[in-house]
Structures are given as structure tokens and as C-alpha cells.
Unconditional design. Structure first.
Length: 478
């Protein structure tokens, strides 16, 4: 394997030049002393071939002219003006051989130089580029590969690339090879192990080379190191999760009254049922059926209070994103529990128009609840100063035209002017006097990280419609 092609180096001529001169002199002597041994001058082609390994174009031409001149000189010394037809034909044959060999050597050197220049271009890139045979043996390894992996071309030569780099594939290798053979190319992310033992993540592009008959010959693999980008993306996701957590805590602070009300209701029910139990037990003839019924109601109220506390704890808890299969309709119902009292306190009617079938999507339950709670609170706050008799929020779930799960939150507030609507999801933009402008920005980040999108459109009847969509998955996909 050659790491990179290069034209003949002038330094080699220091060794080749004396050897070529000695060989040419020897051929000249033999050709001159023994003129009857055949076309000895043909051996000058060896001198030219030797010169082609060390000299550039000018040196090869000079060597060819010199060999031809020696051939003619030997012919003149031996035969003079009395040359026979056989001797003349041998001389012409030798000169022809010298000329043809010279042309072939010059053409071969021109091709080699062209290939060398192209190969050197591959060394200018920071990407790792190597060629491997269909048996996965490395046959070319550029400087970018040396820089990324730490292995020299000599170490990589002849090695099985997958074993050498301890490749971790995103899918079965047989499946990847089938795609490569069918489409002549493949792209994906791989994990490789460097010489120092560290792991590098690369964006890999494979191109298949075939012969004239369509038979696969080799694979050109180009790898771009994206480890730093992946680390940066991880840090961004971590920062977004931190910010989302802070926003959830802020939202919970705004919902203190609602949370207290939702917890107090089942607790009050437990107290009332407990007092009723005591009265029925204190009777001369205890009514055990009523006692059992009251205990069951107390258990149900306790479970309801426990569920509310569990939801609050989940929203306030700081943790990693957990992508699971969720039902969008369930997300809506679970989110409404925590804001239900806000609707009552602000005299707003909440209406639901949920899809009659489950809407499974892959997402983080807590983050999706956070998005919906934020949109509901925004709608409530937008309608708070309105004096209109129509004070309602409609939450709709459906499957849109692109087969995605769609959620719409429509309010009957004053609406949003077009200029503000274009900036509404930007960080730190707010239309509220006491807002910080992070709620909707976080909502957008969450939805986009789930592969969906969120947007706002005017409500034809007044107000605004916030909606978001999520990629829908089949139930058995989980």
C-alpha cells in the first residue's frame, strides 16, 4: 500500500545516475567490441527504464538521446560506411526500441504525476479517507486518517478496517453492505477506537468502486470527526433540560392556588368520610355497609390526592429525558388536573374535543405535560382582563394530514398581532408586563427535540390558536 503517490524524487538520481552511466557504458563496450552478438543496443531500454524511476521528463529525454547517440556511435565505429543491411536493421531496431520505451516511460510518469497530485489533494482535507478492498483490507490511508486515528499508513496497511478501528455500527453490518451494493453508497454515524484507546464519533460516507463489468472492486470511506459536535449537542440538551426544569418550577409556583385546591378537595373528602364512619360505628347498631362505603370513598380520595402529589413531584423533579411511548390524549387529561382550578377562578370554560382513538407518540411525558400546561396558562392569562361573555378554551387532539398527532389550544382572548406572533417563540420575547419570555421558547425547544413543531395561528372567532404536532408511532413500535 502506498500512503500517497509522488513523482520521482531528484535525490534518487544520486544513486541511479552512476548506475545508469555504468550500464550504458557496458552496453556500448559490448556492442562495439562484439558487433556480431545481435542487437545488443536494445538493452539501452533498461537504462531508460532505470532513469524513469529517478529522473523527471527532461532527464529521461536526455538519457534517451544519449542512448540513441551511443547506438549510432557504436554503429559508426564498427561499420563506418560499409554497413551491411543486417547491421543497419539491427541499429534501426535498437533506436526504435529506445524511442518507444522513452515515450512509454514519459507517458507512465505523466500518469503517475497526475495521480500523485490527486492523491496529495486528499491529504489536504482534515477528513479521514481510506480505501479498503471488498475483503475489508486497507489499501490507502491519507494524512487525515493519521491525524484522527493516530495510526500511520504503514501500521494501517493490509489491516481489516473494522477490526483495526473496532467499528461500532448503527445497524447490522450485513444490512449496511446490502445497501452499499444496491445503491453504490452508504452514509451513517460510526464509532471508532483511536490508537490511544479513546473513542471518536464520525460521520461516515462510503462509495463503491466497480470495474467495467459492474463487479465491486473497493470501497472509498470518508470519515468526518463529529465528536466535538456531539459533545456540544449533549451540553446544549443538558442546558435545555436545566432551563426546562427551572421553567417547570416557575410554572408550579404560579399554580400554587390550583395545586392547593386540588389536594384539599380529596383531603376534605377523607375527613368527611372519616367523621361519617365514626357516626355509623357509634350507633347502637353499627351500619357496617355505610362504613365500608365511606372507607372506599376515603381510599379513592386518598388515591386521588396521591396521584396529584405524584404529578407535582414528577414536574418538579430534575432528571434525564425519558423517551417512552405515550398517548397524547392521556397527556392532555393529566395536564388539565393541575390547572383545573385556574379555569374556575378566572371564570373560563374548558372544553375538550379529544380524538376517539389513542394517539401514540414517542416522547418524554413530563416535558410534554409542561408544554401543554404552559399553553393553557398562557391562554388563561390572555383572557383574564377580557370582559367578554365568551370565555372559553378548547383543547383538541387529532391526526393531521401528515399523519402526525396534533394538539390545538384555542382561546377566545384578544389575540396576538402579527408582528408579535412572528417573535413569540424567540427567547426573552414576551407580551406580558411581568414575563421573562422563556416559556414559549422552552416549549418550542421541547417539541422540536421530539421531532415535531409548534406554531400559532389567529382564531377566526377572536383569540389565538396554539398548536403543536408530534410524529405518531404505531402501538407495536414501543
Amino acid at each position: 500500500m502506498r500512503h500517497r503517490l509522488s513523482p520521482p524524487a531528484s535525490g534518487n538520481s544520486r544513486l541511479v545516475a552512476p548506475l545508469a552511466i555504468l550500464l550504458a557504458a557496458g552496453i556500448f563496450v559490448v556492442d562495439t567490441i562484439d558487433p556480431f552478438s545481435g542487437a545488443v543496443a536494445v538493452l539501452y531500454v533498461v537504462v531508460i527504464l532505470l532513469a524513469g524511476t529517478a529522473f523527471r521528463r527532461r532527464g529521461i529525454v536526455l538519457c534517451s538521446v544519449g542512448c540513441a547517440a551511443l547506438t549510432l556511435l557504436s554503429f559508426w565505429i564498427v561499420h563506418g560506411d560499409e554497413a551491411s543491411g543486417g547491421a543497419l536493421s539491427r541499429c534501426l531496431m535498437s533506436i526504435s526500441a529506445i524511442a518507444i520505451t522513452s515515450l512509454l516511460v514519459l507517458k507512465n510518469q505523466s500518469t503517475s504525476t497526475d495521480l500523485s497530485e490527486k492523491a496529495q489533494l486528499l491529504d489536504l482535507t482534515h477528513d479521514a479517507i481510506f480505501v479498503r478492498s471488498m475483503g475489508d483490507m486497507i489499501t490507502y490511508w491519507n494524512r487525515g486518517a493519521e491525524a484522527i486515528y493516530g495510526w500511520s499508513a504503514e501500521h494501517a496497511a493490509g489491516k481489516s478496517s473494522h477490526q483495526f478501528l473496532q467499528t461500532v455500527f448503527p445497524a447490522e453490518l450485513n444490512e449496511i453492505n446490502r445497501e452499499l451494493l444496491s445503491s453504490d453508497r452508504w452514509e451513517g454515524e460510526l464509532m471508532h477506537t483511536k490508537r490511544d484507546g479513546s473513542v471518536v464519533v464520525v460521520s461516515s460516507r462510503w462509495s463503491l468502486k466497480k470495474d467495467a463489468d459492474g463487479k465491486p472492486l473497493a470501497v472509498l470511506e470518508t470519515n468526518t470527526d463529529i465528536s466535538q459536535r456531539r459533545r456540544a449537542e449533549t451540553e446544549v440538551l443538558k442546558a435545555q433540560a436545566e432551563l426546562a426544569h427551572v421553567t417547570r418550577l416557575t410554572t408550579l409556583g404560579e399554580l400554587t392556588a390550583s395545586i392547593a385546591h386540588e389536594v384539599n378537595q380529596p383531603l376534605a373528602g377523607i375527613v368527611m368520610n372519616g367523621e361519617a364512619c365514626l357516626r355509623w360505628i357509634d350507633r347502637d347498631k353499627p351500619d357496617l355497609d355505610e362504613v365500608r362505603s365511606a372507607v372506599r370513598r376515603s381510599i379513592a380520595d386518598a388515591q386521588r390526592a396521591s396521584d396529584i402529589v405524584h404529578r407535582i413531584r414528577a414536574l418538579s423533579k430534575k432528571g434525564d429525558i425519558q423517551m417512552t411511548l405515550v398517548d397524547v390524549n392521556e397527556i392532555v387529561n393529566e395536564s388539565i388536573v393541575l390547572v383545573r382550578h385556574e379555569f374556575v377562578a378566572n371564570r373560563i370554560t374548558l372544553k375538550l374535543d379529544l380524538a376517539h382513538r389513542p394517539l401514540p407518540a414517542l416522547g418524554d411525558r413530563i416535558q410534554l405535560q409542561q408544554v401543554l400546561i404552559n399553553l393553557l396558562i398562557n391562554g388563561i392569562q390572555a383572557m383574564a382582563p377580557c370582559k367578554s361573555d365568551l370565555r372559553e378554551i378548547l383543547v383538541t387532539t387529532s391526526i393531521d394530514g401528515s399523519n402526525q398527532a396534533n394538539v390545538r389550544v384555542r382561546d377566545s382572548g384578544p389575540g396576538i398581532d402579527p408582528e408579535s406572533a412572528r417573535q413569540l417563540f424567540k427567547a426573552f420575547f414576551t407580551t406580558k408586563a411581568d414575563g421573562i419570555g422563556m416559556g414559549l421558547s422552552i416549549c418550542r425547544s421541547i417539541i422540536e427535540s421530539h421531532g415535531g413543531r409548534v406554531w400559532i395561528v389567529p382564531n377566526p372567532g377572536g383569540g389565538a390558536i396554539f398548536q403543536f404536532s408530534l410524529p405518531r408511532v404505531e402501538k407495536d413500535a414501543g
